[in-house]
Ligand binder design. Structure first.
Ligand SMILES: Nc1ncnc2c1ncn2[C@@H]1O[C@H](COP(=O)(O)OP(=O)(O)O)[C@@H](O)[C@H]1O
Ligand code: SF4
Ligand SMILES: [Mg+2]
Length: 364
């Protein structure tokens, strides 16, 4: 279940939940205001191929690595889409494509209803203010030589927004919004804990009033006790500012706490997408079943036998034909070796890319 803050009052109003699949892009929020739920972000058939060399370094044969392949999703204002999958499945590449930090080999990103301009152009820089990012390592994202207050204000200076006094005021308000105090303003990153540094990164991301935050493994480097605090902070900020999150993690449990919808990736493709609670209770794709099965729970509470996957994911340079999961799939059929399964609806709001889940696997 998506978490509400530990001290939460009635869970975030159902009216704030996105009416997925609805043709009506209007909804009411918790205070009764009518708000738009038209997608803020639309990713269509995104692909990214890297030119690499096979093992052998400089002298290896050239090859193509399909890091992201035919990925499509929508994200509405105030909504969180969780992207989950093993290391190397293409999550960070998807994040970079969304932010325009990498150009797609194919496909399109639309943000707030318009195609994202070419990276590096003035139009792209203006738009990037509305899309911010938070990565795993807050220390790497901060400048060790600068007090954190100056770093929170920095984006305003870069974009020439406000006078010095107003910038300082706004930065202090944001430090407060992320649970830090005015006394943190003149501290240096090394004087803060990991959790406090990630709060600084969030404050700096928020200062330009973005409508989308791309969070790539934002809590993976933090102690478990601090992770819940940062998740609560993200939930608070989302509720207050109606932010949309693309939230990336290799951990389905973490993704479930914050996401309205989850997309499971395997070798560059989305294999299942839907409501996190439903996917956790009844994963339809064999790979999702393996991910759910890997979550530690008491043996008595386990609803289905534990499924341990054979081997490591294949090298994406040698992506298996047909369903890329067939080399590890316990229920693969002959069809799976040749036919790429299409991501399509499986009742309700679930989408699944699996011949067998759709009852179209044929004989073994
Ligand atoms: N710049 C790059 N050049 C070549 N291969 C890359 C590059 N960036 C990512 N990859 C490869 O693309 C695949 C997906 O990587 P990534 O998106 O970082 O996965 P994840 O974030 O899910 O761990 C991996 O096989 C990775 O090695
Ligand atoms: S399409 Fe076939 S190989 Fe792929 S997940 Fe489904 S059953 Fe397994
Ligand atoms: Mg990554």
């Amino acid at each position: 279940m998506r978490a509400s803050r530990a001290d939460d009052l009635p869970a975030i109003s159902a009216s704030l939940r996105v009416l997925r699949g609805s043709l009506c892009f209007l909804s009411t929020n918790a205070t009764g205001d009518v708000v738009s739920t038209a997608p803020i972000l639309e990713a269509r058939n995104l692909a990214r191929v890297f030119a690499v060399r096979r093992s052998g370094g400089l002298f290896g044969r050239p090859a193509q690595l399909h890091a992201v392949d035919d990925v499509s999703f929508d994200l509405a204002p105030g909504e969180t889409l969780g992207l989950v999958g093993e290391s190397g499945c293409g999550k960070s590449t998807t994040a970079k494509l969304v932010l325009g930090l990498l150009a797609p080999s194919a496909g399109e990103i639309r943000f707030e209803g318009a195609a994202v301009p070419a990276p590096g152009t003035a139009a792209w820089r203006a738009l990037r203010r509305r899309m911010q990012m938070v990565f795993q390592d807050p220390m790497g994202a901060l400048d060790r030589r600068l007090p954190v207050g100056a770093q929170v204000m920095e984006p305003l200076a870069i974009h020439g927004l406000g006078e010095a006094g107003a910038r300082r005021e706004r930065a202090q308000a944001l430090l407060e919004a992320v649970g830090l105090g005015a006394h943190h303003f003149d501290r240096y990153p090394h004087e803060l804990s990991g959790g406090q540094r990630q709060r600084i990164v969030l404050a700096r991301a928020m200062i330009l009033e973005p409508s989308l935050l791309v969070c790539d493994e934002p809590i993976s480097a933090l102690d478990v006790s601090i992770q819940a605090q940062v998740i609560n902070l993200l939930l608070d900020l989302q509720e207050k500012y109606r932010l949309a999150y693309l939230f990336i993690s290799h951990d389905l449990k973490v993704v479930r706490q914050i996401s309205h919808r989850v997309a499971v990736m395997y070798l560059g493709r989305i294999v299942e997408e839907g409501d996190p609670d439903e996917i956790l209770a009844e994963p339809a794709h064999p790979y999702s079943q393996a991910l759910v099965s890997a979550i530690p729970v008491a043996a008595a509470a386990r609803r289905r036998p534990r499924l341990i996957l054979k081997g490591d994911p294949p090298n994406p340079v040698d992506r298996p034909p047909g369903c890329a999961f067939h080399t590890r799939c316990p229920v693969a059929t002959a069809r799976c070796r040749d036919d790429v399964p299409v991501l399509k609806a499986l009742g309700g709001t679930r989408r699944v890319a699996c011949h067998v889940a759709h009852g179209e696997g044929g004989s073994a």
